[in-house]
Design a protein around this ligand. Sequence first.
Ligand code: GDP
Length: 365
Amino acid sequence: GETSDSFAIEESLKELAQLADTAGLMVVGSTYQKLASPNPRTYIGSGKVAEIKSAICAFEVETVIFDDELSPGQLRNLEKAFGGDVRVCDRTALILDIFNQRAATHEAALQASLRLFVALAQMEYQLPRLTKMWTHLERQAGGKVKGMGEKQIEVDKRILRTQIGVLKKELESVRKHRKQYRNRRFSVPVPVVSLVGYTNAGKSTLLNQLTGANVLSEDRLFATLDPTTRRVQMKNGSEFLLTDTVGFIQKLPTTLVAAFRATLEEISESSLLVHVVDISHPLAEQQIDAVEKVLAELAVSEIPKLMVWNKVDKVTDPEKIKLEAERREDIVCISALTGEGLLEFCNAVQEKLKDSMVPVEAFVP
Ligand code: GDP
């Protein structure tokens, strides 16, 4: 329907604004346009281009970000239309930027491998765009330099491919190393519980609440870049390892999804998956779907799952939500912020672990 359509677009733009904020940009405004099909030259129509251009002048805008992936031609045409120093980019480029920044500043054991993932994703993003750039330059030169562009493409592609090859090898060795580390960890008979969920659902907050660990928690997308593991001790003496994983997000560039798969390998070796949902979010259902889609790709259907509806302190009608959760199976309502429902959560985890518990001997190599 018309309204839910606009609603989804506005929510997606809100998320884009949040991403921009995470990248350190100050968002001054957003706009969208409904077209039967995108303009092949500029993606948006000429009227919209003019409207944005006047906003650029009024607010001294430096960057214009599009929510959908732009072709290299559209990028160039828009940059030309907006003029001067305005940078035009799309969601994919923005996410890659954030990962680059985060990977560069975040102190963690996985920092090195994350940087590799990002570099790899960036190169794979560039590769198909190279050809188009050079054909364009050639056309601009009126065919006088025919063949020159072609040669340059080949050189550039070869350089990129070599770099990609080197990165892939490094990644492979990082993965081997981490596998060894995980194997060692399995010699200790402590079950592993992995937190998964849409980015900003409250995974780090929950981990902090349960362990008192000071894992970075910010109201920003991708605050959690590295899986973090903490030991949780329950009142009855049993314990488990709780792992916080990277957040999922819609429209994640496919190259990054592939890179994530390596990071998410740990998930496939856990005893229980806890799917944390921000139930106060207007698009909670879509976010659940997005996460389940990624989980389906990871082939973890055998692992028991528990869903947590977080932020019940924030919903308008908590009783209704709680009734709905009871109606379905395997859902616990909590507020990681206030601590509400955490005892029920721990009990549910314990129940689930009892069901799935592998005999202790099985953990000993
Ligand atoms: P993550 O990306 O899943 O690790 O999410 P975070 O744990 O970083 O939380 C994202 C934001 O949601 C932070 O601003 C938290 O303070 C907030 N948050 C987390 N849990 C709750 C909750 O139960 N209630 C409310 N109101 N806010 C929460």
